[in-house]
Design a protein around this ligand. Structure first.
Ligand SMILES: O=C(O)CCC(=O)C(=O)O
Ligand SMILES: [Fe+2]
Length: 280
């Protein structure tokens, strides 16, 4: 089976039409997986996915994870709510309405999440767009001087670094599960074989063997290079959109939005089979 995919950005991102993710047969799942690998980010519209259906679909793509920051006491534990909504004065989800800087999900784990699914339940008329950049195309187009600075290097990441940089608090127990980890700064994709930059502005503490002061200008130079318009797609959400992205080959960020609009997304993370998890 093939599925129709329309390219949304020069090097990556595909919009898929005519697929019902609540009831996909094996052939459709196979075609979606192949398209995901080829396009790195897939956008589906008009999906009707309750939490069970979202987790069930995610489970067809990989091993479903429970997020380190999960705080829910009801609903599916695999589903992280990303929202600015409050109930009885308490946030129903995470990440509020603020801008989120360019980052990669879970890079601070020893075995980082391979893919993220984000499903739009309530969206805002203004702001809240989610931007993606293609770190494979960006690596390919690196100016030689910058490539020389990073080839063969590794980088150190931690959740505590993100806390410090963006003011998100982890509990001590969560922190204990996420110590500093070291991954290659250029990652070879475990399935596609393509090399890509592998860092996250929020979580990358430093380049291994350098101080934070020496590292940050290089990371910022990489970020500036990788987020040039030719490597970027910005998604403006509609209710029922599901976006699926590859954390081994892309970074993302989010625009802020006015807090008087309610935004609610359901997020699920999936991982590769065990032998393909560790970045190399
Ligand atoms: O709210 C968004 O659009 C993106 C959220 C995000 O980056 C995340 O959940 O990892
Ligand atoms: Fe994210």
């Amino acid at each position: 089976m093939t599925i129709a995919v329309r390219r949304l950005a020069p090097s990556f991102c595909g919009e898929v039409c005519g697929v019902d993710l609540a009831r996909p047969d094996d052939e459709t799942v196979g075609a979606v997986k192949a398209a995901w690998l080829a396009h790195k980010v897939l956008v589906f519209h008009d999906q009707l996915l309750d939490e069970d259906a979202l987790v069930a679909f995610a489970g067809r793509l990989g091993e479903v994870e429970v997020h380190l920051r999960q705080t829910r006491t009801s609903g599916r534990r695999e589903v992280l709510l990303v929202s600015n909504k409050k109930e009885n004065g308490e946030p129903v989800g995470r990440l509020g309405n603020q801008e989120l800087n360019w980052h990669m999900d879970q890079i601070f784990m020893a075995e980082p999440t391979a893919g993220t699914l984000l499903y739009a339940v309530e969206v805002t008329p203004e702001g809240g767009d989610t931007w993606f950049c293609d770190l494979g195309a960006a690596y390919e187009a690196l100016p030689p001087g910058l490539r020389d600075k990073i080839d063969g290097r590794r980088a150190v990441h931690s959740a505590a670094t993100a806390d410090r940089r963006v003011g998100i608090q982890l509990t001590e127990a969560q922190r204990a599960h996420a110590p500093e980890v070291v991954h290659p700064l250029v990652r070879t994709h475990p399935l596609a074989g393509e090399k890509a930059l592998y860092f996250s502005l929020n979580h990358t503490a430093r380049i291994d063997g350098m101080s934070e002061e020496e590292s940050l200008p290089i990371l910022e130079e990489l970020r500036r290079h990788a987020t040039q318009p030719q490597f970027v797609y910005a998604h403006h959400w509609r209710v029922g959109d599901l976006v699926l992205w590859d954390n081994a080959a892309t970074m993302h960020r989010r625009d802020p939005f006015p807090d008087h609009f309610a935004r609610l997304m359901r997020r699920v993370g999936v991982n590769f089979p065990h032998d393909l998890r560790v970045p190399f």
